[in-house]
Ligand binder design. Structure first.
Ligand SMILES: Cc1ncc(COP(=O)(O)O)c(C=O)c1O
Length: 435
């Protein structure tokens, strides 16, 4: 786009200097494709940023947003309500594992992360255990960019510029060389869950509020846990009175081929965070689903009932327009059977992506549901360079994939057809063979 001035906009999580040299501008989207300012059609191999599973520009969502904007464009989130937000809370609760049926709305996954961590700390304080404040994350975990989520996150470059935050510690990730090229859940590493016992021994359970993990790590390049690992984390948390939070901003609402990663992996945490797919990416919205009795602990405070139980929330928590988009997006997931579709198509995707084993530079491939990650051998001293090069070659071929760290990440739209999977994998193969 020749007349577009790129100077003023400071782009998030973007190499701004590189982008200005070779801008990549989308002007339109439809279904599983973006259209660029230079007239190209680009397959969306990451569902936007893991959020537009039902495909872009769904007319049902546009109509719902339009209707809502003309009916109730905004309602104060504090002290007043509107119907769609109560209905959505109930609906989100129904999608969660049994018992996680009280729902707090945020505008993003980052806010969902920090909200869940604050709920955990406040919960223990209300229980008379105010010293339970430490938050435990996992190496390579990603929980957004706000102060809590950033500090429980385990991707080092995301933290190093920003100084101190809440007291945290981390358990190891489950990316093991002996699991390389595993399909779905890898065989090795259940014992890594025991590292949580060591962390607890180091700090004492009386100081720990919560453990937060993604069921599978998304942003670190789709790191899938071995069978039994999440169950073991669950058991250890129960044994030591520590809340377990699943950050399902990527794994939730279809990407795992199930309603949640909790369902896919058969483990029920105490809280689940979702965002992204909740509105199919159309309007920002996040949510924290909480165990009923955690919510009831807040409601049981002895203060007068006109006083707040939880002084937390956002101007746009449960925004009417976001709720309208979410209702329409969840209608689509149901009506089009998209979660089942991911479940059924996942083996085809798995075969396709693992056919890249043996291609130049590919040192590992991992997958779960409609998510996959490839690790690429480093250029000497430059771990992030090759994925960028490969992603740019894919883009030139008409395929958008994510590059992050030493990985390429795929997050297919739930509507993807087999021939589109084949074409995406062919483009990746050609881009890997380039040098
Ligand atoms: C697991 C997880 N948590 C939190 C976030 C942050 O979400 P947002 O970018 O909407 O703040 C992400 C984003 O990718 C995520 O993958």
């Amino acid at each position: 786009m020749q007349n577009l001035n790129l100077d003023a906009y400071w782009m998030p999580f973007t190499a701004n200097r590189e982008f200005r040299k070779s801008p990549r501008i989308f002007t339109r989207a439809e279904g599983a494709y973006f259209y660029t300012d230079d007239g190209r059609k680009v397959f969306d191999g990451l569902s936007g940023l893991w959020c537009t599973g039902a495909g872009h520009n769904r007319p049902e969502i546009a109509a719902a947003v339009h209707d809502q904007l003309r009916t109730l464009d905004y309602a104060p989130a504090f002290q007043y309500g509107h119907p769609a937000v109560f209905e959505l809370a109930e609906r989100v609760g129904r999608l969660m594992p049994e018992g996680l049926d009280r729902v707090f709305f945020t505008n993003s996954g980052s806010e969902a992360a920090d909200t869940s961590l604050k709920i955990a700390r406040a919960y223990w304080r209300l229980k008379g255990r105010a010293e339970k404040t430490r938050l435990i994350g996992r190496d390579k975990g990603y929980h957004g960019v706000n102060f809590g989520g950033m500090h429980v996150g385990g991707i080092a470059p995301n933290r190093m510029l920003f100084g101190d935050g809440p007291t945290t510690d981390h358990i190891p990730h489950t990316l093991l060389p002996q699991n390389a090229f595993s399909r779905g859940m890898p065989p090795h590493g259940i014992e890594l869950a025991n590292a949580l016992e060591a962390v607890i021994a180091r700090h004492d359970a009386s100081t720990i509020a919560a453990v937060i993990v993604e069921p599978f790590s998304g942003s670190a390049g789709v790191i899938v846990p071995p069978p039994g690992y999440l169950q073991r984390l669950r058991e250890i948390c129960i044994r030591h009175d520590i809340l377990l939070i699943f950050d399902e901003v990527i794994s939730g609402l279809g990407r795992s081929g199930a309603k949640t990663g909790a369902e896919a992996f058969g483990v029920i945490p105490d809280m689940i965070n979702v965002a992204k797919q909740l509105t199919n990416g159309a309007i920002p919205l996040g949510a924290v689903a909480v165990r009923t009795d955690i919510f009831e602990t807040f409601m049981a405070v002895s203060s007068p009932d006109y006083l707040l139980e939880f002084p937390h929330g956002y101007t746009y928590s449960g925004h009417p327009v976001a709720c309208a988009a979410a209702h329409a997006a969840l209608d689509i997931l149901e009506k089009d059977g998209l979660i089942q579709r991911v479940h059924e198509m996942a083996p085809y995707f798995e075969d396709a992506v693992h056919s890249l084993k043996g291609e130049p530079h590919v040192t590992d491939i991992r997958n779960f549901g409609f998510a996959a990650g490839l690790t690429l051998a480093h250029h000497p001293g430059e771990p992030a360079r090759r994925p960028w090069e490969v992603a740019m070659r894919c883009y030139q071929r008409g395929f958008y994939v994510r590059y992050g760290g030493d990985t390429i990440q795929l997050g297919l739209p739930f509507i993807t057809e087999r021939q589109e999977i084949d074409a995406l994998i062919d483009a990746l193969r050609a881009s890997l063979r380039f040098d």
